[in-house]
Design a protein. Structure first.
Ligand SMILES: NC(=O)c1ccc[n+]([C@@H]2O[C@H](COP(=O)([O-])OP(=O)(O)OC[C@H]3O[C@@H](n4cnc5c(N)ncnc54)[C@H](OP(=O)(O)O)[C@@H]3O)[C@@H](O)[C@H]2O)c1
Length: 291
């Protein structure tokens, strides 16, 4: 795994990231984690953080099952995964705004398969001030983030119990600790996911299953780009101004690379993390002002 030092402002969105703006850290970091023999279900994995996790897990030997809405994107994502351990990666198409679709997809899959690692992840809600938001957006976001996590966890936990191995990892946000301005609905629902996660961790720990959350800081993906663009439009300033303000608040003075979130997810997914349970870990370059 390579850790990047990212040039402020210029790198935001996959697809128009100029990779020459990424400077490799002088110290190249390698993790020696094995997920060989493990089946990992990774949600929201056609791009961004989910795809980075799938790449990291496959390099560590896991067989990956990807879920998202876009079939072509899923096929492309699967083609980018490591098959060094002769894994046969697969994908399921499902829209997380429709929990019944997610339920149908996972229940069909687990009839013949066991999942050892579940990564709950999906797209974030559109930015907006909470005072202006409609009730329906709260309900939709709750379905997409909390209900789908519940549907997936409920489906895979029996197999995890039988295997005496389970890792549930939720990709959330640092807004669980400190709400982020102009992300009203997101802030509200993220806290619910963190609480769901902690509650579940208490119930399943005895069976060898851990449930942990990653509180993602600003990470260079399409999602971050959309947040920056929304804030720039709201304030009538350029995206560069917004990006610089965000970076200035991060002690590391850069955005994160999705691979850096994936590295923490790989550790949490591994046997080495067996006594790490019920925690929410910020991976944010030190950007969250809490202890
Ligand atoms: N990047 C950041 O700085 C940051 C910071 C804090 C929190 N987060 C949160 O972390 C999560 C991942 O972020 P990201 O930056 O990787 O986001 P991203 O680049 O927007 O990727 C989102 C992924 O989720 C899938 N997805 C979106 N809506 C879906 C739906 N309705 N059903 C199924 N799959 C869906 C997308 O695939 P398809 O379009 O193919 O479905 C895509 O693979 C998001 O919840 C985001 O809000 C990100």
């Amino acid at each position: 795994m390579v850790l990047f030092r990212i040039t402020p402002i210029s790198l935001i969105k996959e697809g128009f990231v100029n990779r020459s703006d990424l400077h490799l850290c002088p110290e190249r970091q390698q993790m020696n984690i094995s997920l060989s023999g493990k089946y990992a279900l990774i949600c929201g994995s056609t791009q961004g953080i989910g795809l980075a996790i799938a790449k990291e897990f496959s390099s560590a030997g896991a067989t990956c099952v990807l879920i998202a809405r876009n079939k072509e994107g899923l096929e492309k994502a699967v083609s980018q995964l490591s098959i060094a351990h002769l894994q046969k990666h697969q994908y399921l198409v499902a829209d997380f705004t429709k929990p019944s679709e997610v339920k149908q997809a996972i229940e069909g899959f687990i009839k013949n398969n066991t999942i050892h690692i579940l990564v709950n992840n999906t797209g974030g809600p559109k930015p907006g001030m909470i005072a202006d938001e409609d009730e329906q957006k709260f309900l939709d976001t709750f379905q997409q983030h909390v209900i789908c996590n519940q549907v997936l966890a409920k489906a895979v936990i029996p197999g995890m119990k039988e295997a005496r191995y389970g890792r549930i990892i939720n990709i959330i946000s640092t807004s669980v600790r400190i709400p982020i301005q102009n992300l009203g609905v997101s802030n509200t629902i993220r806290a619910a996911v963190a609480s769901w996660s902690k509650t579940l961790s208490n119930e399943v720990a005895e069976s060898g299953i851990t449930v942990n959350s990653i509180l993602t800081g600003y990470t260079a993906t399409a999602r971050l780009q959309s947040v920056i663009e929304a804030n720039a439009a709201k304030r009538g300033v350029s995206t560069e101004v917004i990006a610089k303000e965000m970076i200035d608040k991060i002690p590391a003075k850069r955005f994160g690379d999705p691979a850096e979130i994936a590295a923490v997810a790989a550790f949490l997914a591994s046997p080495a993390a067996s006594f790490v349970n019920g925690v929410s870990i910020p991976v944010d370059g030190g950007g969250t002002g809490t202890i």
